[in-house]
Unconditional design. Structure first.
Length: 184
């Protein structure tokens, strides 16, 4: 846990020993990170209500790991993260909260609300098999129809050589999980 909290501090404040300061700026949160933030808000809130504190902390660790590689961290993301962290590490959260320029206590800030529309991913990856052997992975819209997914699977570059000129006996689509072509 100390490594996680040290990583949070480095991400949001910087590393004073190395003379590196974190860059928290007022920019929009990138879409993928915004979706993950909303999933984290929901998961942490649900886990606290269910007294599953370990899984709530695990979700915070995932979000922190996503912030590690960012050159600049959006202020909204940083502040939301600190509010979510505050029940588990109140002293550290309060310190970071004040260093981010907030005068009131983090405990006085309202609990963040998640947007249900941002909980699901916009894209999904589906493995494509031919006769049970993995030949490709395709990216499709999360709400794509079965026929569109099968067409994209047939058009995949690594799948074409295995099905061109052959009789497709069966097309198996396991919803949001797998496409398999049985060919002769």
């Amino acid at each position: 846990m100390s490594r996680f909290l040290a990583s949070v501090y480095r991400n949001l404040i910087g590393d004073e020993e190395l003379g590196k300061k974190a860059s928290i700026v007022d920019v929009p949160i990138p879409d993928g990170l915004d979706r993950q933030m909303h999933r984290t808000i929901k998961k942490v809130g649900d886990d606290i209500d269910s007294l599953r504190f370990n899984t709530a902390i695990a979700e915070l660790i995932k979000l922190n790991n996503e912030m590690v590689g960012l050159a600049t961290i959006p202020r909204d993301l940083a502040q939301t993260f600190i509010v979510l962290l505050s029940p588990f590490a109140p002293h550290l959260a309060e310190e970071i909260w004040s260093r981010l320029g907030n005068s009131a206590s983090v405990g006085r800030h309202p609990w963040p609300k998640y947007d249900a529309g941002k909980l699901a991913d916009a894209q999904m990856q589906i493995p494509v098999q031919v006769n049970g052997k993995l030949r490709a992975t395709i990216d499709v819209a999360a709400d794509a129809a079965k026929d569109d997914i099968l067409a994209a699977a047939r058009a995949a570059q690594n799948v074409k050589p295995w099905i061109d000129g052959k009789n497709i006996v069966k097309q198996i689509y396991v919803e949001k999980k797998l496409v398999n072509f049985v060919v002769q």
